[in-house]
Design a protein around this ligand. Structure first.
Ligand code: CA
Length: 440
């Protein structure tokens, strides 16, 4: 039963009132979510496998309208109505208490963001590349049958595996039932957590995993693929044939489940994710917008070329592409194709998709970037992004809600402001733009 949220109480009062303070000492272990720096990238949405938190304004104070025991009793009725057996429910919930580390993680809104080039440096570390190369060899025959079954290229599968859980070594060590129960009881998205918790109980009921072994991140992303329970129920597969869909302990099941998900997300076997390009002088940066798609051939007519005399990948001329400038017009540029969009369905962050694409190429010795990153252009902090949005809206460029999230409305407002200064309208938030708006 989703929790009602009221506005008056501070988290501190909530903790005291519901005796949760006793739990503060529990569970500060690193999780898979900690190992993934995805949310630290500015101006990109949160992962798709875990839907983004809706902007909630500055007031995060909440007050539970019931005790955890009351919530659990009501939720038990919902679960049984959804077909969960009573004895399974009671076993899964034996000794489950709210997890304060989950509440803290759910509330945290990082002030500072890592620049995309630093994120890529971590994601594409030589150690990870080497490990991926070894695993491509070790799992060669299995990857070949997975490729044949699902039509997803093996380098992409191993790349996602490396990004999601460092090839299975960072899966998260928190109880999925406990985390999701905490979030369903008093998280910011109780309805979402409620649905995930029912799905998690269904997984237990199918016998794929024991409750004690169902571990994951604080947000309930599980196993080597970091699937949330509903994604597991629709896409996890038993590829090694032992009768269990084991994305925690079986790399074969994890790789095949990833392939199944990417196949459903529109993966095109043999096509590139995209490729680096360079832009002619005077190029209209307004075109660098994910919503604007043209064939590669059309982009070339508009002044998009390949660096160092490289040629367009075979067969790509007529593919539909968008132009991506991950660090604005001063940084590298990429044309991104359908497979990039498929990766975004795994995790809706362009930095993440770029890392997956580049890592999959690094395994074969490619995936290097020619363009220079604008390293003097540090990302705006959260409060600076909010200030930028506020200034834009005050100066009649409607940036939408000042929530620190650079979405389509804010980008549009940034482009309009950039044009008013006579600057390239790439829609990218910079210190220079913030300063320019402050000085007006
Ligand atoms: Ca299996």
């Amino acid at each position: 039963m989703p929790l009602c949220i009221s506005r008056r109480w501070h988290l501190r009062q909530l903790i005291a009132a519901s005796s949760l303070i006793l739990l503060v000492a529990c569970a500060e272990k690193p999780t898979a979510a900690d190992a993934q720096p995805l949310q630290s990238i500015p101006a990109v949405p949160a992962p798709a496998v875990i839907p983004p938190v809706m902007p909630s304004g500055e007031n995060l104070d909440i007050q539970p309208t019931q005790t955890f025991a009351q919530w659990q009793e009501a939720f038990r009725k919902d679960a049984l109505a959804a077909g969960i057996r009573a004895e399974l429910f009671d076993r899964a919930f034996a000794n489950v208490t709210p997890d304060m580390s989950v509440i803290r993680a759910d509330r945290s809104q990082p002030e500072f963001s890592r620049p995309v080039w630093e994120y890529l440096n971590g994601a594409l570390s030589p150690v990870r590349v080497r490990k991926g190369q070894l695993l491509l060899e070790q799992y060669g025959p299995i990857l070949q049958s997975i490729e044949q079954r699902y039509g997803v290229d093996r380098q992409a599968l191993v790349s996602v595996w490396g990004m999601e859980s460092n090839f299975g070594s960072f899966q998260g060590s928190q109880s999925v039932i406990r985390s999701l129960a905490t979030l369903a009881y008093e998280g910011r998205r109780p309805a979402f957590a409620h649905a995930q918790l029912i799905a998690a109980l269904q997984i237990l009921q199918q016998g794929d995993i024991e409750p004690e072994k169902m571990l994951g991140s604080w947000a309930g992303a599980m196993g080597q693929t970091q699937f949330i329970p509903t994604t597991y129920n629709t896409h996890a597969v038993d590829f090694d044939g032992d009768g269990r869909r084991d994305i925690w302990g079986s790399p074969t099941d994890a790789l095949a489940s990833t392939a199944h998900y990417l196949q459903s997300s529109g993966w095109q076997k043999g096509q590139p994710w995209g490729f680096e390009v360079q832009l002619a002088n005077g190029f209209d940066y307004v075109l660098a917008d994910g919503a604007i798609r043209k064939t590669v051939a059309e982009w070339r007519q508009l002044g998009v070329s390949l660096p160092n005399g490289a040629s367009v990948p075979a067969g790509a001329e007529q593919l539909s592409a968008a132009l991506l400038l991950p660090a604005g017009y001063r940084g590298p540029a990429f044309l991104i194709l359908d497979n990039f969009r498929a990766i975004l369905k795994y995790n809706n962050s362009s930095s993440y998709a770029l890392a997956v694409g580049l890592l999959s190429e690094r395994f074969g010795g490619g995936g290097t970037i020619n363009g220079e990153w604008p390293k003097d252009d540090l990302p705006l902090s959260r409060s600076e992004r909010i200030e930028l949005q506020t200034l834009l809206s005050a100066q009649h460029y409607d940036a939408g809600t000042a929530d620190g999230i650079i979405g389509a409305n804010t980008r549009k407002a940034i482009r309009a402001a950039q044009q008013s200064f006579g600057w390239p309208a790439d829609g990218y938030p910079t210190q220079k733009l913030l300063q320019g708006l402050r000085n007006r």
